[in-house]
Design a protein around this ligand. Structure first.
Ligand SMILES: Nc1ncnc2c1ncn2[C@@H]1O[C@H](COP(=O)(O)OP(=O)(O)OP(=O)(O)O)[C@@H](O)[C@H]1O
Ligand SMILES: [Mg+2]
Length: 142
């Protein structure tokens, strides 16, 4: 496990970009855990930046997934904060996304851990001061 402290949103974005460049490849799943405002979306912005995406990255709010095409692969950005039941997730064909060749990045992944296989988990927590975040990254192979 790797543990990091970031002191600004930019540092979290940079960490996501570095993680993407050094660790991620087609087919990977990244499950994000942590409270509201803990930095999950900033980290996803960094992942996309690491793959050269220049368009604005925000959580899908009216759809369940946003797609970013890097040219060589697609990044699927899920946010399950608002889902009420696992059926909604199964119904969008979530299984097909995670078994495909894109990269799946999932906010509020605790709602779907039972559906996930091998993955990176990124755990975010608030630090003692306003702009401090603790970020732990672990690779799980199932
Ligand atoms: N070190 C930091 N890393 C990331 N964000 C930070 C940091 N310090 C302050 N912030 C602020 O915290 C907020 C993080 O927002 P973000 O949308 O990334 O959280 P989130 O975990 O995705 O929340 P949600 O569960 O609502 O989707 C932003 O307003 C950002 O400016
Ligand atoms: Mg978010």
């Amino acid at each position: 496990m790797n543990s990091y402290i970031t002191q600004s949103e930019q540092e979290t974005i940079n960490l996501g970009a570095e993680f993407a460049k050094t660790k991620l490849k087609a087919g990977d799943v990244v499950a994000l855990f942590g409270d509201l405002g803990s930095g999950k979306t900033r980290f996803v912005q960094g992942i996309c930046k690491g793959f050269g995406i220049t368009e604005h990255v925000a959580s899908p709010s009216f759809t369940i997934v946003n797609e970013y095409n890097t040219g060589s692969l697609i990044i699927y950005h899920f946010d399950f904060y608002r889902v009420k039941s696992i059926d909604e997730i199964v119904d969008i064909g979530f299984d097909d996304y995670i078994n495909a060749d894109g990269i799946c990045v999932i906010e509020w992944a605790e709602r779907v851990t039972g559906l996930l296989g091998s993955r990176f988990e990124v755990h975010f927590s608030l630090g003692d001061a306003e702009n401090i975040r603790e970020i732990k990254i672990v690779q799980l192979n199932t």
